[in-house]
Design a protein around this ligand. Structure first.
Ligand SMILES: [Zn+2]
Length: 372
């Protein structure tokens, strides 16, 4: 099927649709890691890969699995660069040679990035197999980065297996997936697998603070803490949130800035809700919901927050030392700690259970206010 170089170029155009030309450079792109050391939180993966790279002991196929937004394709691209870099330094790509730059732009012909979610069919993989047989250009290695590889069809996996059984020289496959359980065993057994993990609060917070400073933005503790909570361990989400607040706000970024930028509910509100519950004052609790609704807050987000609020109370009730697991500023943790005394563990268990069930209903409802 690929008997002319033109056919190959047609295919390349198809695959490179993923990289749009953007005049505005999003933070995530601007601060994309250029060496393995700069990848936050995945040292267990990057140190092994860099060592293998430095000793020229790379395997033909790698599977990078883990939650979304924690660096799988970033590491795949770094490795693709390291393999092809003209001035590779102890396993790290230089990031500045012509090859590294071309790979970063998505215009290096021997490094192909394929989104399996939109190229699921066997024909795509057959074309890829033909391309794999086709020698890469002089002195270069061909790398196929297949994102969301679990989305491939059964036929496509079979075609892929044929290539992996006898991988051509200087051809590498880096697969990324959020659902490794959906990948056939026959494929898994031919890959070296690395599991990526979500970032800890410290890792994510540290990275976000660094970037905010580099961008000339000031983030205070409360703003940073809330952003970190919202990102839930994903670097990609964290940087995209940071991008939005930096673009939309002037001056110091505080919890209030983040709350209003994303239409969130202030955490102090849950302290007030708890007061109403402790006082058995239903009218006060209902007025609180009404004030949220009339100021255009997301009731869905509030209902989700109610569940976390009871979870936080439960932790503090069990042991005040568990405060480290509560994502709130210290003064609010102190208030919650005082409130927790008014609940029994059974009460809190029941409240978590019920608010969890009701959150589901509110989330699906077309009348969230009434449900709430
Ligand atoms: Zn280079």
């Amino acid at each position: 099927m690929l008997n002319s170089p033109f056919a190959e170029h047609r295919l390349l155009n198809l695959y490179f649709q993923k990289a749009p030309a953007m005049s505005y450079q999003a933070i995530a792109r601007k601060y994309r890691p250029e060496t393995f050391d700069q990848v936050v939180g995945q040292a267990h993966v990057t140190s092994t890969l860099r060592a293998a790279m430095a000793r020229d002991k790379l395997s033909h196929a790698y599977l990078f699995s883990g939650p979304r937004g924690c660096g799988k394709t970033t590491v795949a691209r770094l490795l693709a660069k390291a393999i092809n870099c003209q001035t590779n330094r102890e396993g790290d790509p230089c990031g500045t040679c012509e090859t590294c730059m071309a790979i970063a732009r998505g215009s290096y012909l021997d490094v192909l990035e394929i989104d399996a979610a939109s190229n699921t069919g066997v024909d795509n993989i057959r074309e890829l197999r033909d391309m794999a047989q086709y020698s890469p250009s002089e002195g270069s290695s061909r790398v196929f980065i297949i994102d969301e590889v679990h989305m491939l069809s059964k036929g496509a996996f079979n075609a892929l297996l044929k290539i992996l059984e006898e991988p051509p020289k200087r051809v590498f496959f880096f697969f990324a997936t959020t659902e490794p359980n959906k990948i056939p065993r026959t494929i898994l057994s031919r890959c070296q697998r690395f599991d990526f993990r979500l970032l800890t609060r410290d890792e994510l917070g540290g990275r976000m603070l660094e970037i905010a400073q580099a961008e000339g933005a000031t983030l205070d503790k409360t703003g940073l803490s809330l952003l970190v909570s919202l990102a839930e361990g994903s670097v990609r989400d964290g940087l995209s949130l940071l991008d939005q607040v930096i673009a939309g706000c002037e001056g110091t970024i505080t919890e209030d800035t983040v709350v209003s930028a994303f239409g969130l509910v202030r955490s102090q509100l849950y302290v007030e809700l708890n007061e109403a519950i402790i006082a058995k004052d239903a009218a006060r609790a209902l007025r609180l919901v009404e004030s949220l609704s009339s100021t255009g807050h997301s009731l869905d987000a509030f209902a989700r927050g109610v569940v976390s609020n009871f979870r936080n109370l439960m932790l503090l009730k069990i042991d005040p030392e568990l405060a480290e697991m509560v994502d709130l500023p210290p003064e609010q943790i102190e208030e919650l700690g005082k409130q927790a005394v008014n609940f029994t563990e059974q009460d809190l268990l029941a409240l978590i259970d019920r608010s969890g069930q009701h959150f589901e209903r509110i989330h699906r409802s077309t009348q969230p206010r009434i449900m709430l």
